[in-house]
Design a protein around this ligand. Structure first.
Ligand code: 5GP
Length: 114
């Protein structure tokens, strides 16, 4: 089922896009939890981590990590470090059921997460 992120991919609703390729889109989170908070998503609809198939999606996942590294570099947070988070399902705290990686940086992260 499509989510609000499909509308962002299709440019039906605006977003502050920081990276785009044929298969990946990245844009600033509307409710940032850190000075840098960017969502990195595949353009194809994968609802959640448990829908990932290594045999099918390995290249796409690699591209998401490449995008994260490139964006972190552009944002000036690569050297100090950052956090990548993927929430999965109810207990994971997932709200939007279109796979997305949170790139969080620009401050010290705490552990354990809430
Ligand atoms: P989740 O809780 O599913 O891991 O994260 C969903 C994220 O999407 C949240 O951090 C939320 O602020 C963000 N978000 C939800 N709707 C929109 C939107 O319309 N635009 C943008 N830029 N971010 C959104």
């Amino acid at each position: 089922m499509s989510t609000i992120f499909s509308k962002i991919i299709n440019k039906e609703i605006p977003a502050d896009i920081v990276f785009e390729s044929e298969s990946i889109l990245a844009f600033r989170d509307i409710n940032p939890k850190a000075p840098t908070h960017i969502l990195i998503i595949p353009k194809i609809e994968i609802a959640k981590v448990t829908d990932i198939k290594g045999s099918e999606h390995a290249e796409l996942l690699g591209q998401m990590y490449d995008a994260a590294n490139k964006i972190a570099e552009n944002e000036g947070i690569a050297e100090d470090g950052f956090r990548l988070v993927i929430n999965c399902g109810n207990n994971g705290g997932q709200e939007v059921y279109h796979l997305h990686m949170h790139l969080l940086g620009g401050r010290q992260m705490n552990w354990p997460p809430g």
